[in-house]
Ligand binder design. Structure first.
Ligand code: HEM
Length: 486
């Protein structure tokens, strides 16, 4: 068990009952929606409490006040990540960014990706062009499937995957490409098995027994690794050091220059595994998250046709139908921006963020926290806190608008869809570009409706490494105004 905090003079958070070996598992078993269970347990244990996952001491934070302390005020003390069986498999023992422990190599990998992202697009036209190309292709698919009850999920995934693929490998997939189908399948397998406090993560010794989930994860990772390795080999062969075409080239170039003239700090080495896992992370963190937010957005528009109508009126007035939406239109479309913000609030795609770990004996509020504690920030609780949000269960884009109708990026400091501080999401800017352009392109042309013979799909998410949307179908109807204009 983690050593308990010494010398701070503070008491520890109240803990859920825990049995030897299994810890507090009995309190959590039978509650697949872990974020909701942890949210509800506040009424009995207060907003900050502890529990034991097997032998791991876990602190659960449900309020903004404490989340701010963990992420911002004491960000460095809480910048660790737990090592678990599934994430170790996913990241080859933490050689990526998201599951890497805090240290100089992690910092360097973060900086590299950050620089590469700015080079390829944040603020420049390259990424915008890539996203618009995919938005056009998405609209084409919707046109051909017009008036049919369509599962948009694979189309949205392909659009987002192609953006990330262009960024990482300078390549993209056509509809029905077998490699893309393989990718879809392995991504789902990973989402279904990684880091959802599965039993092997709580009891690592269970690995020695046959385990269905672990076998599925290993199968999926084999397919992912083959694809990654193939791209990596192609890039290594073609790389000449002068022209950097994508993130993979940028990583190869940095390694080359580290080998030749400016070595990383002593003892640090960017191995092939580090490069592969860094790129793998951009896929892992960048595709499922963004796609899921797009699915939630579509689902909420089906439930709130008045919101959809308002977005379209705003678009008709500010952009018209004679040209496509651009990123520079963002200030012109505050209602669309507010709708995206509200979707990210009401259904946080990463409801428990990624667990943090305390790197030293420290404290949160009036409680002492031992070194090695896993700290889970329950973003669901923070985004649904009645003290911070008026009627939090209500979908209301208006809360992200000021009196002049302009978009407010953060009406409450407790709005943290991308986390905050030292471990904040690396892809926030890219994700926001994609969410804006994909939705603007689709809504300029189509009205999204629930097929007539079907009930409105459920707004209940399914807890996992992302808060998943249940499968649903949509009818994309070409707007009369668009038809007339074209
Ligand atoms: C709407 C889409 C997205 C949402 C809501 C989102 C949200 C998050 C959240 C909540 C975290 C965890 C923060 C923490 O643990 O404190 C995170 C981490 C991360 N995200 Fe995103 N993300 C999105 C898209 C992306 C994209 C497109 C990329 C890739 C370019 C990306 C790359 C990462 C990485 C690498 C990390 C790990 C950072 C670290 O541990 O140092 N994300 N994201």
């Amino acid at each position: 068990r983690a050593t308990l905090g010494m010398g701070t003079g503070l008491g520890r958070p109240r803990s859920l009952p825990a049995l030897p070996l299994v810890g507090s598992l009995l309190q959590l078993a039978g509650h697949p929606q872990l974020h909701l269970r942890l949210w509800r347990l506040q009424s009995r244990y207060g907003s900050l409490y502890a529990l034991w996952m097997g032998s791991h001491y876990v602190v659960v934070v449900n309020s903004y006040r404490h989340a701010r302390e963990v992420l911002l005020k004491k960000g460095k003390a809480f910048a660790g990540r737990p090592r678990t069986v599934t994430t170790d498999l996913l990241s080859r023992g933490g050689k990526d960014i998201a599951f890497a422990s805090y240290g100089p190599l992690w910092k360097f990998q973060r900086k590299l990706v950050h620089t590469a992202l700015s080079m390829f697009g944040e603020g420049s036209l390259t990424l915008e062009r890539i996203i618009c190309r995919e938005a056009a292709s998405l609209c084409e698919t919707l046109s051909t499937a017009q008036d049919m009850a369509l599962d948009m999920a694979p189309e949205l995934t392909r659009a987002v995957t192609n953006v990330v693929c262009s960024l990482c490998f300078n390549s993209s997939y056509r509809r029905g490409d077998p490699e893309f189908e393989a990718m879809l399948e392995y991504s789902q397998g990973i989402v279904d098995t990684v880091a959802k406090e599965s039993l092997v993560d709580i009891f690592p010794w269970l690995q020695i027994f046959p385990n269905k989930d672990l076998a599925l994860l290993k199968r999926c990772l084999k397919v992912r690794d083959q694809l990654l390795q193939q791209k990596f080999t192609e890039h290594k062969e073609a790389f000449c050091g002068d022209a950097v075409r994508d993130l993979m080239d940028a990583l190869l170039q940095v390694r080359l220059s580290a080998e030749n003239n400016s070595p990383l700090a002593p003892g640090l080495e960017l191995t092939d595994d580090h490069l592969l896992m860094t790129v793998g992370d951009i896929f892992g963190a960048g595709v499922e998250t963004t796609t899921t937010v797009l699915k939630w957005a579509v689902l909420y528009l089906l439930h709130h046709p008045e919101v959809q109508r308002k977005i379209q009126e705003e678009m008709d007035e500010k952009i018209g139908l004679a040209r496509h939406p651009h990123l520079s239109d963002r200030p012109l479309l505050p209602y669309l921006e507010a709708t995206i913000s509200e979707v990210l609030r009401i259904r946080p795609v990463s409801p428990l963020l990624i667990p943090h770990v305390s790197l030293a004996d420290t404290s949160i509020g009036e409680y002492s926290i031992p070194k090695g504690a896993r700290v889970v920030i329950n973003l669901w609780s923070v985004h649904h806190d009645e003290k911070e949000w008026d009627k939090p269960e209500e979908f209301n884009p208006g809360r992200f608008l000021d009196k002049q109708g302009q978009h407010i990026h953060s009406p409450s400091p407790s709005y943290l869809p991308f986390g905050a501080g030292i471990r904040v999401c690396l892809g926030e800017v890219l994700a926001k570009m994609e969410l804006f352009l994909f939705l603007a392109w689709v809504l300029q042309r189509f009205t999204l409706e629930c097929p007539q013979d079907q009930p409105l799909p459920s707004l209940e998410g399914k807890f996992g490494v992302v808060l998943q949307v249940q499968k649903f179908r949509v009818k994309a109807r070409l707007r009369d105004a668009w038809r007339a204009a074209s």
